[in-house]
Design a protein around this ligand. Structure first.
Ligand SMILES: Cc1cc2nc3c(=O)[nH]c(=O)nc-3n(C[C@H](O)[C@H](O)[C@H](O)COP(=O)(O)OP(=O)(O)OC[C@H]3O[C@@H](n4cnc5c(N)ncnc54)[C@H](O)[C@@H]3O)c2cc1C
Ligand code: FES
Ligand code: FES
Length: 487
């Protein structure tokens, strides 16, 4: 059962579309086809947040609104969703929305180009957290850049929004039952297929349907959160069709927790994986907080981070260090492999034609394990990794009993430091052992120089991160002097 059109809500309007290109972005749809020009294009690569809109989706029985970058979100991924743009904030009397009024009164806007994006991010925040702490506001605005106002005025506006209105009376909250009913009515359980020949995209009706589509069309491009693929279109003008959009499949968006393992569906976003991963494995929290900005975390998936096979993806090194496994599916057949075996070479993964990533299984570190992750970037927030090290060690009776160490940014793939591990295991956990292990990095890695870092810098950083883990495990100050002498 298929249909050849999409249904979604755009502000208050039911939209039905049958003429959509696989690579049409939501931003182009809004600005070029609907003349909704309040949403701005700044970078067209998910970095600046000027294009932020809210997308509401049904999750279980709830309706969840999330800020997304419309510049890298594809229109074809919106079936059954509610798109909310800055134009929807206009009150019935034509007045400003509480978020807009706060931005005006606290001088949160100068040239104004970034302002609609800030307003939409703050609107999303206000609905889920009407009286946010400063750290919560800062996190919500990580994905919004402003060149002229200076963030303090925007922070003041953000703190004040609830003085201008009550979130519970906002139409998106007070009319929620009606919106849910309208979105549910769009769910007919049918596969969506739009376009013909190569210029085509499919939105599978279920996980089994996805398996059937990918098996029969092994060359189709699977698109999940599109935070990588979106840039292939907007920056590299790559032809991505035919496309299979999987972001709306509830069965791929499940997280389940057992005592010793967390299973994460390939379509789970960073935002939805956060509670389980950061809650059970606290060392992952700072890393997850620094992946993109809120908009990227709302769209991007860990499954996509892995399937993309990038040597600088942030989740593979810690997941490899933890001993994570990956389930791949082709048709009805599934196989589960060690995550580290998935990465074969640059751009080459252990994924057969017609196969897709279905789920990830993350072991929770046992009591007493030392687990640490360090991401090194030029800028703290919204920056891509130069080097990332993940360390999972068991130290007992002062000696290293086991070690799993993996790095990103050091090789063509995320890769374990097997020679370094060998220098540690069975040895006393001392500065001398760590210094000896630091010399083994050259056996594991020959990092390249690129725009993010030189090969020499990467090597020094990689070694020092191991020392950092040692120093932190021992109580930093006690060993700093000793280490400086040793260098
Ligand atoms: C502004 C910005 C900041 C970013 N910051 C970071 C960062 O800090 N750290 C980081 O690691 N990454 C970062 N990224 C990159 C990106 O967000 C991540 O790699 C993300 O996890 C990709 O997931 P996705 O669902 O968006 O993948 P998509 O873009 O949808 O897909 C990526 C690749 O995976 C394939 N794919 C996706 N799902 C599956 C599946 N289930 N089975 C088979 N193949 C699949 C696609 O075909 C494609 O090849 C950033 C991106 C942007 C735009
Ligand atoms: S235009 Fe910059 S994030 Fe979309
Ligand atoms: S007000 Fe000018 S970029 Fe923010």
């Amino acid at each position: 059962m298929t249909r050849s059109h999409l249904h979604f809500l755009l502000n208050g309007e039911n939209v039905t579309l049958s003429d959509v290109r696989p690579d049409e972005t939501l931003l182009d749809f809004l600005r070029l086809r609907r003349s909704l020009k309040g949403t701005k294009e700044g970078c067209a690569e998910g970095d600046c947040g000027a294009c932020t809109v809210l997308v509401g989706r049904l999750s279980g029985g709830n309706l969840v609104y999330e800020g997304v970058n419309s510049c890298i979100r594809f229109t074809g991924s919106l079936d059954g969703c509610h798109v909310v743009t800055i134009e929807h904030l206009r009150g019935t009397d034509g007045g400003l929305h509480p978020v807009q009024q706060a931005m005006v009164d606290f001088h949160g806007s100068q040239c104004g180009f970034c302002t609609p994006g800030f307003v939409m991010s703050l609107y999303g925040l206000w609905m889920r957290e009407p009286n946010p702490a400063d750290a919560t506001i800062e996190k919500a605005l990580q994905g919004n850049l402003c060149r002229c106002t200076g963030y303090e005025a925007i922070m003041r506006a953000a703190r004040a929004v609830s003085h201008y209105g009550e979130a519970g009376r906002d139409p998106l909250v007070s009319e929620r039952a009606e919106i849910i009913a309208r979105l549910k009515a769009m769910r007919d359980g049918k596969r969506v297929e739009i376009g013909a020949g190569k210029e085509r995209f499919v939105v599978p009706a279920s996980l089994d349907d996805l398996a059937a589509v990918v098996e029969t069309e092994p060359n189709a491009r699977v698109v999940s959160g599109s935070t990588d693929v979106g840039l292939w279109v907007t920056k590299h003008f790559r032809d991505i069709s035919p496309v299979v959009f999987i972001g709306g499949l509830d069965e791929l968006r499940q997280v389940s927790e057992a005592d010793d393992v967390i299973t994460i569906g390939a379509g789970v976003s960073y935002t939805d994986a956060y509670a389980a991963l950061a809650g059970r494995i606290p060392a992952l929290r700072p890393l997850l907080d620094r992946i993109g900005g809120d908009q990227v975390r709302n769209m991007g998936t860990i499954g996509g981070n892995i399937a993309n096979g990038s040597p600088i993806g942030d989740t593979p090194p810690p997941l490899i260090a933890l001993g994570a496994e990956l389930t791949l599916r082709k048709g009805d057949a599934r196989r589960t492999i060690k995550l580290e075996d998935f990465f074969i070479d640059y751009g080459k993964q252990d994924r057969a034609a017609g196969e897709f990533v279905e789920a990830l299984h993350v072991p929770v570190p046992e009591d007493g394990m030392l687990f640490a992750v360090h991401k090194i970037t030029k800028r703290r927030d919204e920056d891509i990794t130069a080097v990332l090290g993940a360390f999972h060690l068991r130290i007992e009776g002062g000696s290293v009993v086991s070690a799993r160490i993996a790095y990103g940014g050091m090789a063509a793939i995320p890769k374990r430091a097997l020679a370094v591990e060998a220098k540690l295991v069975g040895q006393p956990w001392t500065v001398e052992t760590v210094e000896a292990a630091m010399m083994a990095f050259e056996s594991d890695y020959q990092p390249i120089s690129d725009m993010r870092a030189s090969g020499d810098y990467r090597m020094i950083v990689a070694r020092n991160l191991l020392m950092r883990v040692f120093l932190e495990s021992e109580g930093e100050t006690a060993h700093v002097a000793r280490y400086e002498v040793a260098r």
